[in-house]
Design a binder for this molecule. Sequence first.
Ligand code: THU
Length: 161
Amino acid sequence: MEYLKISCEFERHETRASLDAEIQPLLDACIEATNSAYAPYSSFHVGAAVLLETGIIIQGNNQENAAFPSGLCAERVAIFYAGANYPGVRIIAIALTARSLNYTQGEPVTPCGGCRQSLLEYELNQQSDIPIYMISPSGAVVVSKSIKQLLPLYFEHSGKF
Ligand code: THU
């Protein structure tokens, strides 16, 4: 028997001011995207933004449905739009935020498991890490340098061990 351990590293910035200027518009874009979320069932507005190597920023937000499982998370709306409309264009970074209409969201939210696997597909295909910036309404930011790091034991056909 072997004992295996996986560890993850993140940056936490108390405010977004300590992040590079090039990432600021991406943070703004994910915050703006929350305004168009369709979330009448949860009142939880999630915004995602994807920065492409061409400089284009794609916005996505959660789209809920009366048949709950038929809705889709913000991250997948954004990444699938990128894949559908800009196939093969490298993704430089992703930003994510959320705000509830019912309470004050404290810390940054992280992507759900399904979104991690979906985002990872694009990171693996482009063979370069995609950093993800997760910002709270108060402006605190947690950064993961890759999607892989958020999902170390991700599914792949070849197996992991
Ligand atoms: N949601 C996202 O958009 N992204 C996630 O990573 C997790 C959750 C959405 C789904 C649903 O519309 C709402 O947040 C409440 O769960």
